[in-house]
Design a protein around this ligand. Structure first.
Ligand SMILES: NC(=O)c1ccc[n+]([C@@H]2O[C@H](COP(=O)([O-])OP(=O)(O)OC[C@H]3O[C@@H](n4cnc5c(N)ncnc54)[C@H](O)[C@@H]3O)[C@@H](O)[C@H]2O)c1
Length: 415
């Protein structure tokens, strides 16, 4: 099998993850790349054996070269999704596009329109839809195992150090350079909940804010950087503890450490913490995204759902309780406990998820499942192998924007 040919735009952590999966299965073959960082570009070109004339420093150069592959992975940062996605769709590439689709509703509409007018497949990377766990849960609901869904409680435990890494010190810490937390992180959860309910909500409300990672919470005598701080040993958010602890573990060296430094020695990590953004005190950065948020949704049939995102947890799989007219399901990302009200029986459905919830661990099988489904869909020319298209993702992103409007205005928003 020669596999689907691929152009990768943005050879960062996500681009590498999907490209490696495509090569590992043989279902795809990377033939072109665009990446401005010279170190990342060279390493990526070498790893995938890309011909030098198809190695570009910018997505615009790749697009200017005409169509080079069957499909493209657009895995640039949040604010650089729209232009490459639209340009490549216009050239006839099928597109695997990282979430969030775009950071505004207007741009997301441009992307969905481009997919539509070119008749291409465009999948947004909602990896949770593709885990074995989700498929087992969706199967139980579709079989009517708990009757009609009446309400759902869903928790996204972001994890204290993950919040500090990505949303206080890292790439997603500010709304103006990335997006609100609900879009940058929890668009996965809103998308997933809508997938389970089988329809979008008719009304949403939301509360939340940035409660802890702010200047007012800074302990007395804390320094601006962990390496200068007398309180570092007793601080839960110590950068040296987090990042030096990654050394020697290949999964954690890939994520979160690769975001901090390409180096793999103690001295290189310490140098990055001395000079770079990841060594900053969590109470002295320029972050503004929320560290906790609730979203409440009401559906047309009166069903309701409450979603909680919190930084103040261990980093773990999402937890969900689903309340139906004939039964109850409680899931921890691995095992689903199903109680049937007709006879009081209890069944444990083990979805055999061995992978953890983090990017280092492939999001519980979601990264692999998504890549495989996208490549199979492109190879067969069959969009039904995807669990959502551009229009479906636009619809779930619209719920995210509505919830943010509700939070900021203190109102209930009707969709
Ligand atoms: N689906 C998920 O579960 C998931 C998880 C993490 C991140 N993400 C999303 O994936 C996207 C990428 O995240 P990441 O962690 O891989 O980021 P990253 O910063 O590691 O990678 C992005 C890459 O794009 C490159 N780039 C910048 N300008 C470019 C240009 N003009 N042309 C081509 N490449 C360019 C950067 O140099 C960088 O290497 C983000 O939108 C993020 O929100 C999704």
């Amino acid at each position: 099998m020669t596999g689907v040919t691929l152009a990768v735009v943005g050879a960062g952590l996500r681009g590498l993850t999907y490209a490696r999966r495509a090569h590992a299965t043989g279902a795809g073959r990377v033939v072109a790349v665009a990446e401005p960082d010279p170190q990342r570009r060279a390493a990526f070109a070498t790893e995938f054996g890309i011909s030098p004339d198809l190695v570009h420093a910018d997505w615009k150069d790749l697009a200017a070269a005409g169509r080079l592959a069957d499909a493209a992975f657009v895995t640039t940062q949040d604010r650089l999704h729209t232009e490459p996605a639209v340009a490549l769709a216009d050239q006839g590439y099928h597109v695997l596009l990282e979430k969030p689709m775009a950071t505004s509703e207007h741009e997301s509409v441009l992307i969905a329109d481009a997919a539509d007018r070119n008749g291409i497949m465009l999948a947004v990377c909602h990896v949770l839809r593709y885990t074995p766990y989700t498929q087992a849960l969706k199967g139980l609901l579709d079989q009517g195992r708990i009757g009609r869904l009446v309400n759902v409680q869903h928790l996204e435990p972001v994890g204290w150090w993950h919040q500090a890494h990505s949303f206080v010190r890292g790439n997603w810490r500010r709304e103006d350079t990335s997006a609100p937390m609900l879009l940058a992180k929890s668009c996965h959860d809103i998308d997933w909940l809508i997938y389970l309910f089988g329809a979008g909500p008719s009304r949403v409300a939301s509360f939340g804010g940035l409660s802890h990672f702010r200047a007012e919470e800074r302990p007395e005598h804390a320094a601006d950087r962990c390496l200068d701080c007398p309180l570092e040993p007793s601080c839960p958010y110590s950068a040296p503890r987090l990042y030096l602890g990654c050394l020697g573990d290949p999964a954690r060296e890939f994520w979160p450490l690769s975001a901090v430094t390409a180096g793999r020695t103690e001295e290189e990590v310490l140098e990055a913490l001395r000079t770079g953004p990841y060594g900053r005190c969590v109470y002295a950065t320029d972050n503004d995204v929320v560290d906790h948020q609730e979203v409440t949704m009401e559906f047309a049939d009166g069903a309701t759902c409450s979603f909680t995102m919190s930084a103040f947890t261990p980093m773990d799989h999402r937890r969900t309780r689903l309340f139906g007219t004939h039964g109850h399901i409680e899931g921890d990302g691995r095992v689903l406990r199903v109680v049937d009200f007709r006879d009081g029986s209890e069944e444990l459905v083990d979805t055999h998820v061995v992978a953890g919830p983090s990017a280092a661990e492939g999001h519980g099988g979601g990264d692999a499942g998504l890549t495989d489904a996208f490549l199979a869909a492109v190879s067969a020319g069959d969009p039904s192998l995807l669990r959502s298209d551009a229009a479906a993702s636009l619809a779930t992103h619209r719920v995210v924007w509505a919830a943010e409007r509700a939070r900021l205005s203190g109102t209930v928003v009707t969709l």
